[in-house]
Design a binder for this molecule. Structure first.
Ligand code: HEM
Length: 387
């Protein structure tokens, strides 16, 4: 369930009232979103719940992923101390209050859509007392023929995925969380990207990647989402497993293609993300349809190969960010699922063998994390594992 409280464009309380007046006097209007439509920006998310926020909560504009290595002395008990400290930080940061001992308390602010997602890498399950707790199906992604992996954005014992409306809020949170981890864990890599989950009319919309494609349309919903996403495995019940792939995209080559070549490589149009077999963005693809004796959605089209019907029903929940650090441009691809071995890996293998997109994409970083369930008041993250 998406757990948000609405703050509106200018924050909460008296400021919000003044802000609305100002917006009205400037002739600005913000379409009223229905209560059922989750809005990506201007939110204050609850840090509590059965699931961690930052998975199915809408993707706000800015995101940073930070991976850490555990320091040599960090054992199970020490990891528990770090998780307690981070959990306290996360409650205050997401609620927009300064953390204890904060040197920059004036930067704390509600209504910036802050979430801080915590993940545990494979190294955590090598610690004494935790080997038997390794969740079923949690493993590194085996090498793929199109990979061009480097260590720069691969691996990690711990992950923080900070999401917010802006990079100033993220930088403030990251500084606090990195500082508080210092006795137990050191920075391994950090990568940041952006996403635009809002259309030109101010309404929630599926965002676009840097190929210009609408990306995220066919993510599972409802009961199918619950089934694909949430683990029911022992201590991880209510949690999930995350694959992060930093996928470089060859934009000059992509830009040299004609629009039809770009569209058939996916099987959807660029304007609306609609299947090439017709309908709107959310219409079902017709994988049998032909024109002039040819399949309309070719056999190597990405959306065909990744479709659950071609993968024995396997699916996953994707949440990605676009990155552009001038030397490299692409997608920080995130896929959440209950079981990496059963869901992500077989789909990735099929794509590695046949996907038309392989001509213009290559994974340059890869990492996997167990995402513990959410916490409730008085609890800390990963408590069911560490207590
Ligand atoms: C840079 C790399 C990638 C790009 C540009 C890309 C782009 C897209 C686009 C445009 C769609 C169609 C719209 C949608 O449903 O979201 C799509 C669908 C999908 N992609 Fe990717 N993708 C990439 C990598 C991957 C990877 C690595 C995987 C998993 C191994 C994956 C899995 C999927 C799945 C499961 C779907 C939904 C298929 C369906 O149910 O119709 N994608 N992708």
């Amino acid at each position: 369930m998406v757990d948000v409280s609405r703050r509106g464009l200018f924050g909460a309380g008296a400021g919000a009232v003044a802000g609305v007046g100002l917006a009205a006097s400037m002739g600005l209007s913000r379409p009223a979103a229905s209560a059922a439509t989750p809005v990506a920006s201007g939110q204050t998310h609850s840090p509590y719940g059965d699931h961690q926020p930052g998975i199915i909560t809408p993707t706000p504009a800015a995101g940073q992923l930070i991976a850490f290595d555990l320091l040599p002395g960090t054992d199970r008990a020490a990891l528990g101390r770090l998780m307690r400290v981070w959990s306290t930080d996360i409650v205050t940061l997401t609620e927009g209050r300064p953390a204890a001992g904060d040197t920059l308390p004036d930067m704390a602010q509600p209504g910036v859509s802050m979430t801080v997602l915590v993940g545990l890498g494979p190294g955590v399950f090598e610690l004494d007392g935790l080997q038997a707790k390794l969740p079923a199906g949690f493993q590194e992604i085996p090498p793929m023929q199109h990979d061009r992996l480097t260590d720069d954005y691969s691996g990690g014992d711990l992950l923080l995925w900070i999401s917010a409306d802006d990079f100033t809020s993220i930088a403030y949170a990251a500084r606090r969380l990195i500082h508080d981890a210092e006795p137990w864990a050191a920075l391994r890599w950090a990568q940041q990207g952006s996403w635009r989950g809002i259309g030109g009319d101010g309404e929630p919309a599926t965002g676009r990647n840097l190929f210009g494609q609408i990306d995220g349309t066919a993510n599972p919903k409802g009961a199918e989402l619950d089934e694909a996403l949430w683990s029911t495995d022992d201590w991880l019940a209510g949690g999930t497993q995350l694959v992060i792939r930093r996928i470089e995209m060859d934009l000059p080559e992509w830009d040299s293609l004609i629009r039809h070549q770009q569209e058939v490589s996916i099987g959807r149009d660029l304007a609306h993300g609609a299947p090439l077999t017709g309908g709107d963005e959310h219409a079902e693809m017709d994988l049998e349809a032909t024109a002039d004796g040819e399949l309309v959605i070719p056999l190597d089209a990405h959306a065909r190969l990744a479709h659950p019907s071609q993968n024995r029903g396997r699916t996953m929940f994707r949440r990605s960010l676009n990155y552009d650090d001038t030397t490299s441009v692409g997608l920080i691809f995130g896929a959440f699922q209950a079981n990496i071995a059963k869901q992500f890996i077989p789909v990735q293998r099929a794509l590695d063998d046949f996907d038309a997109l392989n001509e213009w994409t290559a994974a340059v970083g890869s990492a996997v994390f167990v995402i513990p369930p959410g916490m409730h008041e008085g609890e800390y993250l990963a408590q069911p594992l560490l207590d």
